[in-house]
Design a protein around this ligand. Structure first.
Ligand SMILES: [Zn+2]
Length: 76
């Protein structure tokens, strides 16, 4: 299975909704009931996502600023 990969396209001052929307499923383009898990500590921070509807998994890569933004969201 190939894991789809994308690069996040949100700005660090975007609201949570937009940040979450940037993870949207590449198949059905929904972002409301995704399962996601941040891997934010590594050299190449990313978020692993899964759409329960399409049973598709993919990974979204973040730049360091976006990773910080995500870590903040994760904690709230
Ligand atoms: Zn989907």
């Amino acid at each position: 299975m190939t894991l789809l990969a994308d690069t996040a396209r949100f700005r660090t001052d975007d609201p949570d909704d937009l940040v979450r929307a940037s993870l949207a499923c590449p198949i059905c383009l929904r972002s409301d009931d995704l399962e996601w898990h941040g891997a934010l500590d590594g050299y190449d921070p990313s978020v692993e996502c899964r759409c329960p509807r399409c049973e598709e998994s993919w990974r979204v890569y973040l730049d360091p600023q976006q990773a910080l933004r995500f870590a903040f969201m994760d904690a709230s």
